[in-house]
Ligand binder design. Structure first.
Ligand code: NAD
Length: 355
């Protein structure tokens, strides 16, 4: 059943774990460890069926292989899911049981936070295993990844503006930012510093008001942020924002933002290309966060080394944009292809899989 599942992509390992006392029901998927130990978040969600949880962990772990290899990290791709409601089912016993499950893999998978999981939860896992990352205290703690994510997104916007609009400067470039949380607010600061003209939106009016007050941005209703007459649309809220409904309303020539899973389905990437919209693949442009978390793996943390890797996002995106033009293919397909090629090259070089 698992081997025939549409999202099964020759994953190296899928581990199912159950601890009746704490209520733990968990799945860890290690997709590929060619580049190093698999690293990716742990998600807690009240999945309607176990099949939904399996599908999610298979899809997300492959996504982490692509994201990590495109960020140039010595990490493979993995992910884990805990089946349960994060509002009611959390306990120290559950996270410790999960920590033991991670420990049983001997470092082949490194867990970090994801939807439904906080840094505090990861700290509890860390009482049973050292194979966790994204902590906010300890010798190599990397802290909040959002400023690094936002810096990468800012550089990615510059790469996309250069490619599509032919300018190196963001002065006067109109950018619509959707979602003004951790990533969106840091991004607005950088864009405003460069003289970009900001149109912003958040479902919480006070978040928007702060950005309006600080940067002289114009706030609009969340239902129309994607349809603004701007040069760049920067989704920094939830996934699926580029879909059959939003696409005909899009006026921007560039879509480049920090949100995960911006395309409702992969085929939207082709439609964006047909419309002449340059799309910066989400998992490449938002790699700054995982680059920062990865700085913690190995026990040392160097801000300079991390910034250098985040800065490489600009060149990686420029390569994707050029290749997409040369091959007349959507940027999301080109990014996936490049990720697969990098993994294949790693394998050909005999980079050892984690035993
Ligand atoms: P966040 O929760 O701090 O911010 C999200 C903001 O979006 C919130 O202020 C929320 O009110 C707003 N929002 C939600 N729905 C909206 C809508 N329909 N219209 C307008 N605003 C809306 O989250 P974050 O950490 O800033 O992450 C933002 C996105 O970036 C997410 O998709 C996340 O998965 C992705 N991401 C974040 C990081 C990171 O380092 N934090 C790294 C990689 C990817």
């Amino acid at each position: 059943m698992l081997f025939d599942a549409p999202d099964f992509d020759n994953h190296e390992l899928v581990l199912f774990g159950r601890d009746p006392e704490s209520g733990l029901k968990a799945i860890i998927a290690v997709h590929d460890t060619t580049m190093g130990p698999a690293c990716g978040g742990c998600r807690m969600w009240p999945y309607a069926t176990e099949a939904d949880a399996v599908k999610d962990v298979l899809r997300l772990s492959r996504g982490m292989s692509y994201k990590n290899v495109m960020a140039g990290l010595p990490l493979g791709g993995g992910k884990s899911v805990l089946i349960g409601d994060p509002k009611t089912a959390k306990s120290d016993a559950l996270f410790r049981a999960f920590g033991r499950m991670v420990e049983s893999l001997g470092g082949r998978y490194i867990a970090a936070e994801d939807v439904g999981i906080t840094v505090a939860d990861v700290q509890v896992m860390g009482r049973e295993t050292k194979h966790v990352a994204g902590l906010n205290h300890g010798a190599a703690a990397s802290g909040d990844p959002s400023p690094f994510t936002a810096y990468g997104v800012y550089l990615g916007i510059k790469a996309a503006v250069k490619h599509r609009l032919g300018t190196d400067s963001l002065k006067g470039v109109r950018v619509a930012v959707q979602g003004l949380g951790n990533v969106g607010s840091h991004l607005c600061q950088r864009l405003a510093d460069d003289g970009a003209v900001l149109v912003v939106s958040d479902i919480f009016a006070d978040q928007a008001k702060q950005v309006v007050d600080r940067h002289g941005a114009t706030a609009v209703d969340p239902s129309v942020i994607h349809a603004q007459d701007v040069d760049v649309f920067a989704p920094c809220a939830l996934g699926g924002v580029l879909n059959e409904q939003s696409l005909p309303q899009l006026k921007a020539k560039v879509v480049a933002g920090g949100a995960n899973n911006q395309l409702a389905v992969d085929a939207i990437g082709r439609q964006l290309r047909t419309l002449g919209v340059l799309y910066a693949p989400d998992y490449v442009i938002n790699g700054g966060g995982i680059i920062n978390v990865a700085g913690e793996v190995g026990g040392t943390y160097s801000k300079e080394a991390i910034l250098a890797k985040v800065e490489a996002i600009h060149g990686t995106l420029a390569d994707i944009f050029r290749r997409a033009d040369a091959e007349d293919r959507p940027t999301n397909e080109v990014a996936d292809q490049m990720a697969r090629e990098r993994l294949a090259a790693g394998r050909a070089k005999g980079m050892a899989k984690v035993a």
